[in-house]
Design a protein around this ligand. Structure first.
Ligand code: SF4
Ligand code: SF4
Length: 313
């Protein structure tokens, strides 16, 4: 079986204090940290034992995982398993990078986010250059707030061309066309993020080939639909795997809508769906034209919701 697992354990703490994040500077108790470590080690052990499956894993902690030794260790261990195609994690890149030398870099990848105001620009850029020198596969992103535009422009100019810079629409923010165009100049795929995607009743790979797993092993189709499909560790989730339509009105987060079958994102990100690395480099994406230039109102593509219809999820 070919499965993608989105893992999120109990960890909630972060070393950063982003004004747009509910997990900013949250502290985990020692008990919670111990539980998080035990949960991740259990998950890693389970993955290691599934030698009959092909697995891909994206760790999506609420807080920052890579400042904890057990996340670094898990990423290295998982990357060295022959039946793991890809292991990736969302990170603010505040961690050291030397540990990556022990990983299989054909399988490990990083989804890095730059948070202006939390770390000096030059320090973040230097980390990116270290990753490039080490041969680590990674994407870099930023939240599309006006006060981030200058840093995003610098990053785009100073990162290697083959490193994809993505821009996430800020939660609750509507983008008028001139502003959206500025972000699209930096990230040709920004139109996918600009508005939530209508998803009600549309086929989505989650629940069949993509699953969300929490620290207790509870399996759900994705992080946003709370219905439980079973448990990873007793095998009960397997009986529940089936094609399913999305039960929610909209899907507003890349780690969700990338799996919508009505969007072409498995082709756009072929080979890099988890770490958000497109198959084509940015100049080729630009030449292909922005997806926003083609109204997604016909064929299998559902139209994105308009700003006046925007619903927060
Ligand atoms: S780095 Fe991420 S988890 Fe930490 S405060 Fe910022 S947005 Fe939240
Ligand atoms: S479209 Fe989004 S919310 Fe709906 S099932 Fe898929 S990932 Fe979950």
């Amino acid at each position: 079986m070919d499965l993608t697992l989105l893992y999120r354990g109990p960890l909630e703490s972060c070393d950063y204090d982003c004004p747009y994040c509910p997990f900013a500077k949250r502290r985990d108790s020692p008990e919670r940290l111990r539980a998080d470590r035990a949960a991740l080690e259990r998950f890693t052990g389970w993955v290691a034992a599934q030698t009959g499956d092909e697995l891909s894993v994206l760790c999506t902690p609420w807080g920052e995982g890579l400042v904890r030794s057990w996340y670094r260790r898990a990423l290295v261990e998982l990357s060295r398993l022959p039946h793991v195609r890809r292991v990736a994690i969302q990170t603010n890149l505040s961690c050291r990078t030397d540990w990556l030398a022990a990983a299989d870099l054909d399988r490990l990848a990083l989804w890095c986010t730059y948070h202006p105001g939390q770390t000096p620009y030059d320090r973040f850029l230097a980390k990116c250059h270290q990753l490039t020198r080490m041969g680590v596969r990674y994407s870099v992103g930023i939240v599309g707030l006006p006060e981030h535009l200058e840093a995003a422009q610098r990053l785009r100019a100073e990162l290697p061309e083959r490193v994809y810079l993505w821009v996430n629409a800020a939660e609750g923010r509507s983008y008028a066309d001139p502003e959206a165009e500025r972000w699209t100049d930096l990230d040709p795929l920004f139109p996918y993020s600009r508005r939530p995607h209508r998803s009600a009743g549309l086929p989505c790979r989650t629940g069949e080939s993509v699953l969300s797993v929490d620290g207790a092993g509870t399996v759900r189709r994705c992080h946003f639909v709370r219905t439980e499909l079973g448990n990873l560790y007793d095998g009960s989730y397997r009986r529940a795997l089936a094609p399913r339509a999305c039960p929610l009105a909209v899907c507003d987060c890349h780690i969700g809508y990338v799996h919508l079958e009505t969007l072409p994102l498995y082709d756009v990100f072929a080979g890099g769906v988890l770490e958000r690395v497109p198959a084509a480099e940015v100049p080729a994406l630009r030449r292909a034209g922005s997806p926003g230039a083609t109204p997604r109102t016909t064929g299998p593509h559902a139209p994105p919701v308009t700003d006046s219809e925007r619903i927060e999820t």
